[in-house]
Design a protein around this ligand. Structure first.
Ligand code: GAL
Length: 334
């Protein structure tokens, strides 16, 4: 009987110990001496975005493999919601934050929050200005130089046999399917893709520019309407990302057009679906937006911040290179 009571008592003690741990999330988030490295809060602008899904999966995997606890939240494309999520992470006492802002224009208030809470923060994917970032030295942006991806898209067209001028009328007539124009990636890809053609001395004609908000269905609708309106006049379809390009491809095929024969189509991201289409000749090319490389760099910078590194004003943007993807090298990315 004594033995049973002793066993019961020790079982109760063990349970009390576990209950005690679970009841102190704020302390645990900071990490302890027992090998627990604490919790990292990750805010994504919205989960329903093809590229950011690959990116966040990479982030989560890398952070977990390094022994961090990870809490990833969906901002649902709503800046107010994301602000609340950041506040909650701060109250919970997370060790560091990785934030993909919903709106670049909200960067000031985000930076204010993390600075007041003294939390090392890595911003990703939506780049604020250097001036905005200079407000806090435990803050760094990890992303890519959006202008580079635009230039590469233009070069993909320049590399075609007729440099994009399929009908030989001396100019390249295109439609531009843009991402969310609030976003610098959308602005610079739109500008630099066309600039690459102009810089090569080519005359261009913009038949239409519409915002497709990075979304496949919108890409499909815009392309469908433009193909109905402009028909064979369209020689090039520039899409600020692959998801919209995949949508546009559906409309191109439905209209009986053939990519690389009577129309060109380029995107950015190198999503798996786009790599397949490039391989099969249904997309002229895409540009690798290196989700894994950026996630790796973001975690590296986060760990440097945790180690005490601070960033000088003007040196707070860390870039990972884009890479052109064509049928010739597509296998390297699969
Ligand atoms: C871009 C990417 C888009 C979309 C966007 C979200 O870099 O090319 O597909 O994910 O980020 O901000």
């Amino acid at each position: 009987m004594k033995k049973i009571i002793a066993l019961l008592l020790s079982a109760i003690m063990v349970m009390a110990l576990f209950a005690g741990c679970a009841g102190k999330p704020a302390d645990d988030n900071k990490g302890g001496a027992d090998g627990d490295k604490g919790t990292i809060g990750v805010c994504i602008y919205k989960f329903d975005d093809a590229f950011m899904t690959t990116y966040r999966n990479n982030l989560e995997e890398i952070l977990k493999s390094k022994g961090y606890k990870v809490s990833v939240v969906d901002g649902n494309n709503d800046q107010n919601k994301q602000n609340e999520q950041i506040d909650t992470f701060i109250t919970q006492g997370v060790k560091a934050l990785i934030i993909n802002p919903v709106m670049t224009s909200a960067a000031d208030s985000i930076i204010d929050k993390v600075k007041n809470a003294n939390i090392p923060t890595v911003l990703i994917n939506r780049e604020p200005t250097a001036e905005q970032m200079s407000a806090y030295d435990k803050l760094v942006y990890v992303g890519c130089d959006a202008a580079q991806s635009g230039t590469f898209q233009g070069e993909l067209i320049l590399d075609t046999p007729n440099k994009g001028d399929i009908n030989g009328d001396g100019k390249v007539s295109y439609i531009m399917i843009q991402g969310d124009p609030e976003n610098i990636d959308a602005q610079l890809r739109t500008e630099y893709s066309v600039k690459a053609l102009k810089d090569a001395g080519i005359e261009v004609e913009e038949l239409d520019l519409q915002r497709g908000d990075w979304d496949r269905n919108k890409g499909q609708e815009i392309a469908q309407n433009d193909l109905a309106k402009f028909g064979d006049q369209i020689e090039v379809v520039f899409c600020n990302n692959d998801d919209m390009a995949i949508g546009a491809l559906q409309s191109i095929q439905a209209a009986g057009r053939t990519v690389n024969k009577d129309i060109y189509l380029v995107g950015v991201d190198a999503l798996d679906a786009a790599l397949n289409e490039v391989e099969q000749g249904n997309m002229t090319g895409t540009v690798l937006n290196d989700a894994k490389g950026q996630a790796t760099k973001a975690v590296e910078c986060m760990e440097e911040l945790l180690g005490g590194k601070t960033y000088a004003s003007g040196e707070q943007s860390v870039y990972v290179d884009y890479v052109k993807v064509t049928p010739d090298n597509v296998k390297d990315f699969k």
